[in-house]
Design a binder for this molecule. Structure first.
Ligand SMILES: N[C@@H](CCC(=O)N[C@@H](CS)C(=O)NCC(=O)O)C(=O)O
Length: 285
């Protein structure tokens, strides 16, 4: 590496070897190969849609859309949501890998088709459901294109926030100034993109609430308040248009329900599994 002083590396003096070899890292169950680590049949409930997920921002996108579809009267969107505990390696079970060979939540099976349809990648799931039910995806040419632009923007951008900023600011066992500076700058740049875009729009695609809002909100709405405890560090007050939009979305009943599905939390505040609308009744939402 030109100009690289190895004494400044982390750990000091570290030089990458000619060929990398894997050392398991604590807190990371991934390996440099894909595939199942154990046999595990997934449970199947009675509804057409079977969701295997966890209430992270990527998981919440899908449960928010499912709750919005049900609230809008699409009874065919009834679903069973099963918890995949990614910290315990459930995503490497054979049943899960058969649906998503990439071993990441969320994964969905639509059993209303013959044979059942396997879905993974949250953006693909949002698009599939929006198309299937003809909802939250404009049919008008320009607004449909704009919705897909922002859905793809979210899918491409959020890894810099989660895997970059969130990892190095909140989770990495050492604080590395170079990495934190690099990903904080990129995260703030993205927040500014959204804040500028939302200055004169009620939703991401103007007046219409779409799957683009549902994809962006769990990441970029939540980071202004709670995610990574980073609101002050990121100067969240610099993004008032984004905050207004996020508050508007957070107040929706379907969003409040969708955000707590498959989410470990204090008893009575979240649903580890969801099998019926009535499951929410016992909670103080
Ligand atoms: N691009 C994927 C990302 C999915 C993803 O990274 N899921 C995380 C949780 S938010 C996961 O399953 N992590 C488990 C692991 O990395 O082992 C999507 O949007 O669905």
């Amino acid at each position: 590496m030109p100009g690289n002083d190895a004494s400044l590396n982390q750990p000091p003096g570290y030089v990458p070897p000619a060929i990398w070899s894997w050392k398991p890292q604590s807190g990371n169950l991934n390996r440099p190969v894909s595939g199942a680590t154990h046999d595990k049949v997934l449970p199947v409930g009675k509804h057409p849609l079977q969701l295997y997920s966890m209430g992270t921002p990527n998981g919440a996108k899908v449960t928010i859309l499912l709750e919005e579809l049900l609230a809008a009267g699409h009874a065919g969107a009834e679903y069973d949501a099963w918890l995949i505990r990614i910290g315990e390696g459930d995503q490497f079970g054979s049943g899960f890998v058969a649906i998503n060979p990439n071993s990441k939540i969320p994964a969905l099976v639509d059993r209303s088709t013959d044979p059942p349809t396997h879905l993974f990648e949250s953006g693909s799931i949002l698009f599939y459901l929006a198309e299937k039910f003809g909802a939250f995806l404009p049919t008008e040419h320009y607004r449909r294109a704009e919705t897909m632009n922002w859905l793809m923007w979210q899918m491409g951008s959020a890894p810099f926030v989660g895997g970059g900023f969130g990892h190095f600011y909140a989770y990495a066992p050492i604080k590395i100034e170079y990495a934190i500076d690099r990903y904080t700058m990129e995260t703030k740049r993205q927040l500014h993109v959204l804040d500028t875009h939302l200055a004169d729009r009620r939703f991401i695609v103007g007046d219409e609430y779409t799957i683009a809002d549902m994809a962006i909100f769990p990441w970029y709405g939540a980071i202004l308040t709670s995610t990574y405890n980073a609101a002050e560090f990121l100067s969240a007050h610099e993004y008032p248009n984004l905050r207004r939009w996020a508050d508007r979305i957070a107040a929706r009943d379907a969003v409040r329900r969708g955000r707590i599905v498959n989410r470990p939390g204090p008893e009575g505040t979240t649903l580890l599994e969801r099998h019926a609308a009535a499951d929410f009744d016992a909670l103080n939402l």
